[in-house]
Design a protein around this ligand. Sequence first.
Ligand SMILES: [Cu+2]
Length: 398
Amino acid sequence: MLKAKSLEDSDGQVRLAAFLALSGVPASADAGKALFAALDQPNLTLDQWMVDAAKIAASNHHTSFLASARPEQIAAARQALKNPTLPTLTLADFENSPVGALTGWDVQLTSGAARAQVVATGRTSSRSLELKAAASGGDIRVSRKVAVKKNTRYDFSYYVKTQDVVTQKKSLGALALFPEIQRARPAMGVAMKDTADWSRMRLQFDTGEFEEITLECVLGYEGTVAGTAWFDEITLTDLGPSDETIAQPLQVVLGHVIQQQSGSGLGAASDSLGGVELKLGVIPDVMKYDVAELSVKAGEKVRLTFQNKDHMQHNALILSPGRVDAVGALADAMLTDPRALSKNYVPDSPDVLFFTPLVNPGETYVLAFTAPSQPARYPIVCTFPGHWRMMQSVLVVK
Ligand SMILES: [Cu+2]
């Protein structure tokens, strides 16, 4: 395969297959060198999945991969690691807004009685937006236009706090959303109700053809609620073009390997990673992991790379044998826990042996752990609301 130059093949799929193949073979000097050469080309762009595959392959052959890098390339990759800042746009923090009013927003009382104003308390600062519905119920939305780049991925983040929010019929509670950005439903945060302290909501979306979208903060939504909600620190982070190309893949992959090797003997001659590399992915749109089972030896060191190629968040919990239903019931019960999101929907249970946090669409998380010493079939399950019955795999410990 190395001779066939498949790493430099003009067909991206062939290159991806080659990278993936390299991640599954024993560490070899030729493979690391060839991978480095394939990435070390001016003006090379790769999509993010290929960059992720290249990271795994480069980790597997890190000794020869790093040995191929010139000192200035290492220096540039280290520098990039120090400054991973993406452009973040603050849409609203209300800090300069007069208290007791709401200027610059359209306020729409959809039904019932409710009001919107800036108040003199914030999450970490001195102002936030308050939406307050009467005890008899109200549905209110405040909105403003936001300029965005076309065909660009954004990470949307905001903080919300609620007090005594009681939903009625079909209403959702307190949430922020962009109604123009449609998937199955508008791009919206998880709706909050009851009483909950400041919680961060995040979601990612693609602007498509839009250059202007509407930010809405809503209390109610398709029905009235009683209670009060506060919104603060509403931001959009530009994640780059939605064709998902990464302009300097070599620097990104090199940075990944440097970070991984720091503290474990950078440039050591022997393979210092140790343990076994496992991969778990998600099949888009069907709420399923992409493998039925993974297997390891008892007591072995494991690095599980969980890659979420789906459009929604998922996690992966490794459970005690036979405890899927018990942990699933605890996950269902978390639907009424206002801190569920901040707990990544991971139930407090001794049956949860290892877990990843919620992994955003397009992101990858590496979970390192030591496999149990007891050979058995350990369930792997996603506890994002509604997923656990469908979304299961097994870690077979032999
Ligand atoms: Cu899931």
